[in-house]
Design a protein around this ligand. Structure first.
Ligand SMILES: NC(=O)c1ccc[n+]([C@@H]2O[C@H](COP(=O)([O-])OP(=O)(O)OC[C@H]3O[C@@H](n4cnc5c(N)ncnc54)[C@H](O)[C@@H]3O)[C@@H](O)[C@H]2O)c1
Ligand SMILES: [Fe+2]
Length: 398
């Protein structure tokens, strides 16, 4: 039985409007001379790449071939470009997709081999190249997390590299960089942050985390530090996500969502994510849907499955999201949290059903088999599901 937990983050966290101007100092502290920036053409077009180049105050090489939900091929071309430049520091600039590609480049430049060699938990043998993450969406929390996700197109599955060494050396979180996010990106990445916070907050308890003897995991289950981050993140999403989607220039809402995303990242990367993420990975690899929209779609259905195991916590989630449940955590309160998430989904335009995003009914059984294979996510879930139960949840969401 585990009775202790550790709280991990990025080595340094610089947060606030204009935080990007601190990049020069951040790079100085690392001693960076050759900086390789992983980003994409959208961010070049809106002027964010230029802002970062200027703030870096040293020559940088820019790779702008990033794409949403990075594929193996894109990650490999990013790594090839990085190798050719021989940087001493990698900057991930963008949403989770670019930050994750940057993390993967930092791994392969540090340790060689192929990126697929590192898929799974704790396969990275030691420190990677110094890594600075600068998020431009308010969502994934990758700037503080130990994860990097890509789509292994060989096996049609989203896969993760999970290692303590993937926590960035520094995270520079500037809410102003998210102002240019279109409403859909704001909505999808914002509900991903909510999913992180809810999955961490309702995770299996740290004290009873079912880790087989001799195994290690980057996740540790629900614990007071992760709870603190998750609670604040849920409150902020309830207060600000609709506003940020409605008016991208609402700076108070952008501040709130940037904080929610980073806090959500701290919560999930210490406690864990669970069944929603496991179920999204096969969906995201099979049909064209963003990680956030896929998670948001599935979230209330998984909450309903988990409700019996976490009535009180879900009651509190409802309260944090703004529901007037006034502290009475009885049967029905979990339902209030589900209703609140369903309402939020509708208000920000997250698709309601799997059939709406191109999933066919005969895909559901293979999805369930794949989702069930993510043991590290199953064991964080407050109820350990059977494959048949996962299929039932997919059917309900279909
Ligand atoms: N590593 C982790 O801890 C972690 C956690 C959750 C999700 N993820 C992964 O992150 C990815 C999703 O990341 P995301 O939701 O941040 O979206 P994203 O990085 O895929 O970006 C989506 C789109 O928004 C655009 N965009 C980003 N910032 C913008 C801005 N400021 N202005 C205008 N356009 C902007 C991008 O160019 C892109 O076209 C998925 O691959 C997911 O699996 C990783
Ligand atoms: Fe996520």
């Amino acid at each position: 039985m585990r009775t202790t937990f550790t709280f991990r983050s990025a080595g340094n966290l610089v947060f606030g409007r204009h935080a990007v101007r601190e990049l020069n100092c951040v790079l100085d502290r690392i001693g960076s001379k050759r900086v390789f920036v992983v980003t994409d053409k959208v961010l070049a077009k809106v002027g964010i790449v230029d802002q970062v180049k200027e703030a870096a105050c040293r020559p940088v090489e820019v790779f702008d071939g990033g794409e949403p939900e990075p594929s193996l091929g894109m990650v490999q071309s990013c790594i090839a470009a990085a190798k050719a430049f021989r940087p001493d520091t990698i900057v991930g600039l963008g949403g989770g997709s670019n930050m994750d590609a940057a993390k993967l480049a930092a791994v392969v430049l540090g340790h060689g081999g192929d990126v697929r060699d590192y898929v799974g938990e704790n396969k990275v043998p030691g420190p990677v190249l110094p890594l600075v993450c600068v998020p431009t969406t308010a969502g994934t929390g990758s700037e503080v997390s130990q994860a990097a996700v890509f789509t292994n197109t060989d096996i049609h599955l989203k896969v993760s590299v999970l290692s303590y060494y993937l926590r960035p050396t520094a995270a520079v979180v500037d809410p102003l960089l998210t102002v240019s996010c279109p409403p859909k990106v704001t909505a999808d990445s914002g509900i991903d942050a909510l999913t992180h916070a809810i999955e961490a907050y309702t995770a299996v308890d740290n004290a009873t985390y079912p880790l087989p003897p001799g195994e290690t995991s980057v996740y540790q289950g629900k614990n007071p530090f992760a709870d603190m981050c998750a609670e604040k993140a849920i409150t902020l999403v309830g207060r600000y996500l609709r506003r940020a989607v409605r008016d991208g220039n609402d700076l108070e809402a952008r501040d709130g969502m940037a904080l929610a995303a980073t806090l959500g990242g701290l919560a999930f990367s210490n406690a864990g994510v669970a069944l929603v993420h496991a179920m999204e990975y096969p969906v995201g690899a099979a049909v064209h849907v963003s990680h956030g929209a896929g998670n948001g779609l599935l979230l209330p259905f998984v909450m309903r499955y988990n409700a019996s195991a976490r009535q009180e916590d879900f009651g509190y989630v409802a309260e944090l999201l703004g529901d007037d449940t006034t502290g009475e955590y009885e049967a029905g309160a979990a339902e209030a949290a589900i209703t609140a998430v369903e309402q939020l989904k509708r208000d920000i335009g997250i698709p309601a059903r799997l059939r709406d995003i191109g999933v066919k009914e005969d895909m559901l059984a293979p999805f369930a088999e794949k989702a069930f294979s993510f043991k590290r996510l199953m064991r964080v879930n407050p109820r350990y599901p059977t494959q048949a139960e996962i299929e039932q949840i997919y059917r309900a969401a279909w």
